[in-house]
Write a protein that binds this ligand. Structure first.
Ligand SMILES: Cc1cc2nc3c(=O)[nH]c(=O)nc-3n(C[C@H](O)[C@H](O)[C@H](O)COP(=O)(O)O)c2cc1C
Length: 189
């Protein structure tokens, strides 16, 4: 399936005037998303029927889009066949999909994606960095912690934060500061 790899691809999903980190699940030649009800992404997929996967390696963008909106100037319009979609200006590559809600549970929509078009804008090497990976993990836990205040999630966030401090670069440290600000964690180690 083009740019995706098998398993869960953690991308920044854009829908109409909205961006959020989302997992695109690619298994058995099918691409799906499980999108929690109440999110803007769920609402916009239902309304407009498209989603764009943005491949981006900026940890700050993952933290920011998990907790707030991006300014409209960060979105770039693309005509894809008959549909007008929006991707992020900083995307190194993007893939636009038709999105159809297949199933609904009390908590989430299960959405099947069909590829419309994909493009690579820049080709860059991203050496594996545990600091970057830990920002992604800490941010996943943080979005859940915000709902539940579960202390086990708090411990996981702190574990990943220590890896970010050990293995990350300046941008990962900036992302961690931002994450701690959203969580109101102060300067705790
Ligand atoms: C790496 C990562 C992956 C995520 N994957 C999903 C997902 O697959 N489905 C989902 O509903 N939320 C997912 N989230 C949480 C959403 O990004 C978060 O709830 C966000 O606030 C939704 O924003 P929205 O209201 O603009 O759609 C993920 C978060 C992170 C950091």
């Amino acid at each position: 399936m083009g740019l995706l790899r098998e398993g869960i691809n953690e991308v920044i999903a854009t829908t109409y005037q909205n961006a959020a980190p989302m997992g695109l699940i690619y298994r058995n030649q099918v691409v799906r998303m499980v999108v929690f009800r109440g999110s803007h992404t769920a609402e916009r997929i239902r309304k407009h029927g498209w989603v764009v996967a943005n491949f981006i390696y900026d940890p700050v963008v993952y933290v920011k889009t998990a907790f707030e909106d991006l300014p409209q100037e960060d979105f770039v319009g693309e005509q894809v066949g008959e549909i007008f979609v929006q991707r992020l200006s900083g995307a190194e590559a993007w893939a636009a999909y038709h999105a159809e809600v297949d199933q609904e549970t009390d908590e989430a929509l299960i959405v099947t994606l069909s590829l419309l078009e994909e493009k690579i804008a820049t080709l860059a090497l991203h050496p594996i960095n545990r600091g970057f990976n830990s920002i992604i993990d800490a941010t996943v836990h943080a979005t859940r912690f915000q709902q539940s205040r579960d202390h086990r999630l708090h411990d996981l966030i702190r574990h990943h934060a220590s890896l970010v401090r050990r293995c990350g670069g300046a941008r990962e440290l900036e992302a961690l500061d931002l994450l701690y600000t959203y969580l109101d964690f102060g300067n705790e180690e």
